[in-house]
Design a protein. Structure first.
Length: 264
């Protein structure tokens, strides 16, 4: 299942809000039956179980609750496991990262979440090859490979400055706003290229920490009704952020705050 044909869960979620949260009575119209059939199929419930559930409003409501539960539980389980896996990956523990995703696959029944988990697992497997070979993978994001390559350098294995590795380091350096001139100087030797990797990793780590801190403070202030204080947190972040993708994230946060109505 690709992004282009991922399921549209808006109708089933809207139905769940009306029935399960707002207390609206479930009416087993043809449209509702079709919605439940589709939602059930997309979370791994068999057609036989759906047909049995649609015999009464009571059992159909139970079916709707189960569909909603699988969507919500699976999303949280995958999100939490991916977060832990990425933390372990960045610390160099690829086996630990792999185990986090395997735990999801051991219990997950929703096809969409299984596909996403398998994609993450495939990326971790590719990173293992990077870690063992010291060669960058052109099919993986540069930022995800930096920790594994840096770990090799820290363990005393110098970078092999092939044309592929040079191209990788140029792209990775650009991602964290290191100038072309500085990058070219660093590519003069395996030792200075290894130091460049460390600089890239440091900028990524610092930018990630700033993102988490500024977002948490912004949300606290926003929820307290202090929109100007929330905006200032993002402005302060933008004043020091150099990594382009994190700057874009900050600008999107600021635009979202500017679109909110003032607190009465």
């Amino acid at each position: 299942m690709t992004e282009e044909n991922e399921p549209d869960w808006d109708p089933i979620r809207a139905l769940a809000r009306r029935v399960l949260e707002q207390g609206e009575a479930l009416e087993l119209s043809d449209e509702t039956r079709a919605c439940l059939h589709r939602g059930a199929r997309e979370v791994g419930i068999t057609p036989e179980d759906v047909e049995a559930a649609l015999r009464s409003v009571s059992t159909a409501t139970t079916l709707l609750r189960e569909i909603s539960r699988r969507m919500e539980d699976g999303e949280k389980r995958l999100s939490d496991a991916s977060f832990r896996a990425y933390r372990l990956r960045d610390a160099g523990d690829l086996e630990g990262a792999r185990e986090e995703i395997k735990k999801v696959l051991a219990v997950e029944v929703v096809p969409l979440y299984r596909e996403h988990a398998e994609k993450v697992l495939g990326q971790i497997d590719r990173l293992q090859v990077v870690a063992e070979s010291g060669q960058a993978d052109p099919h993986l994001p540069e930022a995800s490979q930096v920790p594994s390559l840096l770990r090799r350098v820290q363990q005393g294995q110098p970078l092999e400055l092939s044309e592929g590795m040079r191209a990788f380091l140029r792209r990775a350096a650009t991602e964290v706003a290191i100038s072309e001139a500085e990058t070219e100087v660093a590519l003069a030797s395996p030792e200075s290229a290894g130091a460049l990797l460390g600089t890239i990793m440091g900028r990524l780590r610092d930018a990630s920490d700033r993102l988490k801190g500024a977002t948490a403070r912004m949300m606290d202030l926003r929820d307290a009704g202090d929109l100007e204080g929330a905006r200032q947190q993002i402005r302060d972040w933008l004043a020091v952020e150099v990594v382009p993708r994190y700057r874009r994230a900050a600008e999107e946060q600021l635009a979202g705050l500017d679109g909110l109505p003032p607190t009465p």
